[in-house]
Design a protein around this ligand. Sequence first.
Ligand code: IPD
Ligand code: CA
Ligand code: CA
Length: 304
Amino acid sequence: MLPRIGSRCRVDRNRTPFYLSPCDPRDTGWPQTGRVTRPEPAALLDLATDLARRAGALALEMRAGVETLETKSSPTDVVTAADQAVERLLSEAIRQARPDDGLLGEEGASDEGTSGLRWVIDPIDGTVNYLYGIPHWAVSIGVEDADGTVAGVVLDPSKGELWQAVRGSGSTLNGRPLRCSSVTALDQALVATGFGYDARRRSAQASLLPTMLPAVRDIRRIGAGALDLCAVAAGRVDGYYEQGLSPWDLSAGRLIATEAGARVEGLHGRVAAHALVLAAAPGVFAALHDLLAAGGADQDPLAE
Ligand code: IPD
Ligand code: CA
Ligand code: CA
């Protein structure tokens, strides 16, 4: 059973051997940790889920009156007070619960860690949707080891959708197992994509569309990469591609998609990364791959 939001004594001793007693006088409401550096993946998932729920509640609370606080890589790459507050909440809680783990957050949180585990967080994925009141944004938390993501959670608080995965154990939406689509014809495939914040990258991404659009059922730009990966997992789209993603966009969603049977890779056998992420149902992966490769979708216009 998942911990309830706001419950202080929520330790399941059978599943979370690394937690200290919740009745420790220093208890601040967060799970505590001992020095066990390799907890069960299911325990990591429980902790990530608890954190995502708290983070999602804070982001929802801060939605009223939201405005741009500052911009980052371009005038349209915005940061709101909620992005920063949610990342602060998550990083403080992770440092308290898992002090030996590493941490990487979009808004600057960064710790090396010594345990071999690293928490990779996007406090709000889909910030532009969040800013405009479009109810399609998410908190994304992935826990990684040397082999990739062990446990991942993406929470879409506006819709009450909780996406979860544990490596090797499948992925779920609100507890129900996920399977990506079985489509095999490219012209039947609904394909999501995303555009970066840099004008040169956007221009290159736009120049791929005349190749992609006539070949597929249609294209969607929904506005939150982590949720696009989840959409592939659920068969809500048949594929998703984007250049320029960062580790926090990918960490949890990649696991959720692969555990649902999707292929998540780069081009020419490379791993999914900044150069290109292609997530697709196995039946259309090769066709999408070849179209994207022909269009040079993994060439970085900023590197020229
Ligand atoms: C962005 C969203 C968007 C994608 C961008 C990402 P942010 O993340 O995932 O859909 O197209 O590449 O940077 O800035 O909203 O966290
Ligand atoms: Ca993001
Ligand atoms: Ca973000």
